[in-house]
Design a protein. Structure first.
Length: 344
């Protein structure tokens, strides 16, 4: 993995989540669940609530502060230990914004226009999108490369941004004749790297979908979870014995993948148990495993949220630790680029 791709770089894992709305089962299975699992392996783990990404679209200031805390609570409730990992919010470490500016001079405008997330979020009226929304991937590259991170666990939807991060690192190293930034490996693994909407199997489950029934929120109670699963769109056929049988059944495939990821099984293992059965039997079993896995997380999140001052303290300490890693890397970047540094 990264050790062989990036010899000479300390193995380091970085990932981030936007506090732009309540977090969903997609965020949990695609990202949060794996963040905790990666702790304590050989790599250092650095996890960030990316509040400066969130403001690329309008956020109510007080709501943003609360959601930043809530995202931090979700990290910890999912098992991220702020003693083992560095946990902080992006805006408290100025190296991210500074390095993003430097990368704005490396990245090309055409690269940004090609990003599908920009096209989706800017919509038809892209002239009216914030400049930050267009430049967003340069900030994301800065998040990662400010720590010279060698690996980034994310869901499938972030793959294109990670390719752009690799392009920026490659161009920087080439333009300045250095080996300063690693070529970061995406870690897109598990049965649920792309959790789909419960109402439409062709759309990603997203916190910004207008229909609350399309997603399971990490703050949903057991009744809401069971009800959303009961109402999830499916088809009338019985379940097949292997995943090949799900090829043209996106809704069914999504529910099987969710079950597999929650139960730490493979989709084929799940199907071998439910082969020949209909959704009348499968959905209650899925609701049971979802409630069993998510309820403790929801409860822990609420506990953390009872003490916002403690969350703020944890994020502040994390930001100091993060800055201690990022500042020397940023300084070296400035030196490479010829920016004069003479302050004591
Ligand atoms: P964001 O905040 O949209 O999502 C956070 C993480 O959750 C994953 N995810 C999903 N995985 C599976 N199925 C889904 N339906 C689903 N929805 C979301 C995302 O892939 C992501 O891993 N640009 C990033 C945040 C970011 C970042 C970074 C990530 C900023 N800087 C540096 C990694 C490294 C974003 O908008 O994620």
């Amino acid at each position: 993995m990264s050790e062989t791709t990036n010899p000479g770089f300390t193995p380091r894992i970085f990932s981030g989540i936007q506090p732009s709305g309540g977090l969903t089962l997609g965020n949990y299975l695609g990202a949060l669940k794996r963040f905790a699992a990666l702790q304590g392996e050989q790599s250092e783990t650095i996890y960030c609530v990316v509040d400066m990404h969130a403001i690329t679209v309008w956020q109510d200031p007080e709501a943003l502060r609360m959601r930043t805390r809530e995202a931090a609570a979700a990290f910890m409730a999912s098992g991220v230990d702020p003693a083992q990992s560095v946990l902080f919010n992006q805006s408290q470490v100025t190296a991210h914004a500074e390095l993003a500016w430097l990368f704005n001079t490396v990245a090309r405008v055409g690269w940004m226009y090609r990003m599908t997330q920009f096209k989706d979020k800017a919509g038809k009226n892209s002239e009216n999108a914030s400049l930050g929304l267009l430049a967003y991937p340069a900030l994301m590259a800065a998040d990662i490369l400010a720590y010279q991170a060698t690996a980034v666990p994310v869901g499938e939807d972030q793959k294109q941004h990670l390719e752009l991060t690799r392009d920026i690192a490659t161009k920087f190293n080439h333009d300045y004749g250095v080996n300063h930034f690693p070529i970061t490996e995406p870690l897109i693994e598990g049965a649920a790297t792309r959790v789909m909407s419960l109402r439409d199997g062709s759309k990603k489950m997203s916190k910004s979908d207008p229909s609350d029934a399309s997603r399971i929120n990490l703050t949903d109670n057991a009744d809401a979870i069971a009800q959303k699963i009961r109402k999830a769109r499916t088809d009338a056929d019985p379940l097949p014995g292997t995943v090949e049988g799900l090829r043209d059944r996106p809704e069914a495939r999504n529910l099987i993948n969710i079950f597999a990821a929650l139960a730490d099984e493979s989709p084929d293992q799940v199907l071998s148990r439910f082969e020949g059965q209909g959704f009348g039997a499968f959905k209650p079993a899925l609701a049971e495993v979802a409630v069993a896995k998510l309820s403790p997380i929801t409860a822990k999140m609420a506990e953390f949220m009872d003490d916002p001052a403690e969350i703020d303290r944890i994020l502040g300490t994390g930001a100091e630790r993060a800055a201690a890693i990022a500042t020397p890397i940023l300084d070296r970047t400035k030196d490479i680029m010829g920016l004069l540094r003479s302050r004591p």
